[in-house]
Design a protein around this ligand. Structure first.
Ligand code: AR6
Length: 182
């Protein structure tokens, strides 16, 4: 399933992000860039130790920000490490921090000449963000960015389960309908 916004194709697929062949994949990291479980663990395992070496040199990344390393042994040449919010109750700036994580990842992509990028569902695993709301923020943010910026041709959301895929699909369908009515 996909949508075209300006010159950017935004698509939603099911898969393992470590196997993506986009110019960059995004990692849902922690603020110490220390590695961990979930998608972070999978990326470091598949990409090899050179990535952690680069993360150590960078030192850290606050929630909502994003930094770039090489892709190590992955097909993707770059990894954009971003840090989503830890969800508490939705009243602690979580929405803005999650939107910033997507927006700043796309900014780093533009700065590095990256034309295709794959995102996981940031913050909806260990960090507990309710996925329906997170999917709206994710898709609205990247669609808004694609309207305002040229240069990225492909933005792909790579969901790890059928359930997550279904939720992102529904959200994209709803957002496309809303845009058509405007
Ligand atoms: N490909 C795509 N998506 C995946 C993969 C994969 N290989 N593996 C897991 N996911 P999480 P967070 C999905 O917990 O919530 C780490 O320990 C997963 O099903 O990876 O942002 C970090 O070090 C879920 O939908 O990230 C941080 O401490 C989504 O990726 C913390 O977890 C995000 O789940 C970050 O938590």
């Amino acid at each position: 399933m996909s949508a075209k916004v300006g010159k950017t194709i935004i698509s939603i697929v099911r898969g393992d992000i470590t196997e993506e062949d986009t110019d960059a994949i995004v990692n849902a990291a922690n603020s110490k860039l220390a590695g961990g479980g979930g998608v972070d663990g999978a990326i470091h395992r598949a990409g090899g130790p050179a990535i952690m070496e680069e993360c150590r040199k960078i030192g850290g990344c606050p929630a909502g920000e994003a930094v770039v390393t090489s892709g190590g042994n992955l097909k993707a040449r770059h990894i954009i490490h971003t840090v989503g919010p830890i969800y508490r109750d939705g009243r602690h700036g979580e929405r803005e921090l999650l939107a910033n994580a997507y927006r700043n990842s796309l900014k780093r992509a533009l700065e590095n000449g990256i034309k295709s990028i794959a995102f996981p569902s940031i913050s909806t695993g260990a960090y507990g963000y309710p996925i329906r709301e997170a999917s709206r923020i994710a898709l609205q943010t990247v669609m808004g960015f694609a309207e305002e910026h040229e240069g990225i041709t492909t933005i792909r959301f790579v969901l790890f389960s059928d359930r997550d895929l279904g939720i992102y699909r529904e959200t994209l369908a709803n957002l496309r309908n809303i845009n058509r009515k405007c």
